[in-house]
Design a binder for this molecule. Structure first.
Ligand SMILES: Nc1ncnc2c1ncn2[C@@H]1O[C@H](COP(=O)(O)OP(=O)(O)OP(=O)(O)O)[C@@H](O)[C@H]1O
Length: 572
């Protein structure tokens, strides 16, 4: 909400009260030089300028901070002021941010450009937020193991012994803790762990909430070093946080007016300053009623300035503890394609436990059979088309057999050497002939490609005059022939997910978008991913259930050679 909207709303409610205002802003130049402070012993940011400035040090007064206040009291601004102040004072190797916005807005997006920002998640959907928490858990374990192996008691000891280590203090900022706690009860345990181990592992939680009661668990509360209480809606909330009723008496038209309390000490009143960019250097100005002359929230200008300084000084940026979420659409780069041209590029895997995203490839002749399970809406046909497209660009001498259940290969211009059967025209005898041919090649120990699309249209079909079905025939072929001779790619929905053949297909991609709960009944228990076309969960011998999220390749341009393996090139 802008100050103008807030004032309008108050006017409408008849509650507006316009105090006398001092229109002279008090300006403070950002820490100069920028980003030169060491962060091992302190993590300090100024919140209010003046002769007796109000600062917060997340090390001395932390390790964690709670910012509470009713709607419009200035929490989000204060969060941005604090984080920008930290970024201006410390280089990214000393402090990094993981920013999560559960408010349904995008307040943190303006900090995305800071070199300190490892991850900024706004409007978090369930899958993404849990993914971020998974990555934080992994980082927590990694730090525990690192310190144990180095014989260091805690973050301080480790950083003193390794002053140049790629290990910043990590500030995890959460805007609207209550939504997180209400919507993701699973996250509570990790929050409690982060809160308890933060001091020793170099994690700092900065939590903002409209109402602390019920949102801040006793575990978290007992580890909070400092509370900043803006205007509260009730006297009880103020008593709860400050031990006094002061915060409920703050005027509704004084956003940024707050009380700071360290531990059990007395609350100290202050007015949070706001950064402002005028023609001069970035400055911090005290809030005055009404719209300031300069841009009231020049976050982008400030982040650009800090970012540009980091680039010009070539400041190192630490490895990301939380890698960015997978894109909603992904196409490989020419470099991805050139790395192993015989392999089809299946997609980009999110290995956030390893702090990496990797290209997933499938190399016919090396990799075992693969299944893609999902509906057209989920992207299964696009995946089939990409594999067929790839095979069409490989050596045409490799015998290729396609049981095309839904015409995916029609527009492909399949090489003449391919044997393609369409489900609506194929007779049992056609099937018998094709399988006979295929078996002949396998008997000669030649590599053969086999692609089946719309598995459900084939699986129960009879072959020749016998009673055996396509599924039974193919299951025997897969059982008796290794990947060096039989490269099989199967695409289907429910029948494939529940088919017996799946026991012979160790690598599978499950595409949840567009699939019904009924479809998923036979799926293994998989991690939840965002349900967008092309988003899949891969399970394989290296990545058993709940699997790994993958964004499948979005179609293959006709002019490049593409190719698939479940191991790949680290990207980040
Ligand atoms: N320190 C400050 N000085 C002046 N104005 C401020 C200050 N902090 C916030 N404001 C103004 O008050 C309004 C509300 O601020 P903010 O969005 O940070 O509130 P909030 O507590 O996060 O509200 P909500 O919980 O409803 O999102 C904004 O328009 C902002 O410009």
């Amino acid at each position: 909400m802008t100050a103008r909207t807030a004032t309008w709303l108050l006017d409408e409610m008849g509650a507006a009260h316009r105090p006398e205002v001092d229109r002279d802003p008090i300006r403070l130049v950002l820490p100069q030089p920028l980003m030169e402070q060491p962060g091992v012993e302190s993590l300090r940011a100024e919140l209010s300028p003046g002769e007796d400035p109000v600062t917060i040090d997340l090390v001395a007064h932390g390790p964690h901070l709670l910012i509470a206040g009713t709607t419009g009291s200035g929490k989000s601004e204060l969060l941005l002021t604090l984080l920008t102040g930290l970024a201006a004072a410390y280089p990214p190797t000393e402090v990094s941010f993981v920013l999560m916005d559960f408010k349904g807005g995008s307040s943190f997006a303006v900090l995305a450009g800071l070199p300190h920002t490892m991850s900024v998640e706004t409007n978090l959907a369930e899958a993404e937020s849990l993914r971020t928490f998974d990555a934080l858990s992994a980082e927590l374990r990694r730090r525990e193991e690192l310190f144990l192996a180095a014989g260091a008691a805690d973050f301080r000891a480790y950083r003193h012994a390794h002053p140049n280590a790629d290990l910043p203090r990590l500030v995890v900022a959460i805007d609207e803790l209550r939504v997180l706690v209400d919507d993701h009860p699973q996250a509570a345990a990790l929050l409690a762990r982060l809160a308890a181990t933060g001091r020793s592992l170099g994690f700092h939680l900065v939590l903002a909430t409209q109402r602390a009661q019920g949102a801040v668990s006793p575990d978290v509360r007992s580890n909070l070093g400092t509370v900043i209480c803006l205007r509260t809606a009730t006297e009880q909330e103020s008593w709860d946080l400050l031990g006094t009723a002061d915060a409920v008496t703050i005027a509704a038209d004084s956003p940024g007016r707050a009380y700071l309390r360290h531990g059990g000490g007395p609350p100290r009143p202050f007015q949070a300053g706001q950064f402002s960019v005028t023609t001069g250097p970035p400055t911090l100005v005290r809030w005055t009623d009404g719209e300031p002359d300069a841009d009231p929230a020049p976050w982008r200008d400030l982040t650009v300035r800090i970012g540009a300084e980091a680039v010009s000084r070539a400041l190192p940026v630490p490895a990301k503890a939380v890698t960015p979420a997978l894109p909603g659409q992904w196409t490989p780069t020419p470099q991805d394609r050139s790395e192993l041209p015989e392999a089809a590029i299946v997609g980009l895997a999110d290995l956030h436990h390893e702090r990496a995203q990797r290209v997933v490839r499938w190399l016919p002749g090396r990799d075992g059979p693969v299944a893609w399970i999902g509906t057209t809406a989920g992207g299964v046909d696009v995946a089939a088309r990409a594999v067929l497209d790839h095979l069409a660009r490989l050596d045409p001498a490799v015998p290729t057999f396609v049981l095309d259940g839904n015409g995916v290969s029609d527009s492909l211009g399949a090489p003449d050497s391919w044997s393609v059967l369409a489900a609506d025209r194929a007779t049992p005898q056609d099937l018998a002939d094709l399988l006979e041919q295929l078996k002949g090649h396998l008997a000669g120990r030649h590599l053969v490609h086999l692609v089946v699309t719309s598995w459900g249209r084939w699986s129960a079909q009879r072959v020749g005059t016998g009673y055996e079905t396509v599924e039974e025939h193919l299951a025997i072929l897969l059982r008796d022939h290794g990947p060096e001779v039989l490269a099989a790619a199967l695409f289907g929905a429910r029948e494939l997910a529940g088919g017996r053949i799946l026991g012979l297909v160790p690598t599978r991609f499950y595409l949840p978008a567009g699939s019904t709960p009924e479809h998923r009944m036979v799926w293994p228990t998989l991690q939840r991913v965002k349900e967008v076309p092309g988003r899949a969960v891969m399970i394989s011998p290296d990545h058993p259930a709940p699997g790994v999220a993958v964004q499948l390749t979005a179609g293959a341009p006709a002019d490049v050679v593409t190719g698939p393996s479940s191991a790949g090139t680290p990207r980040r």
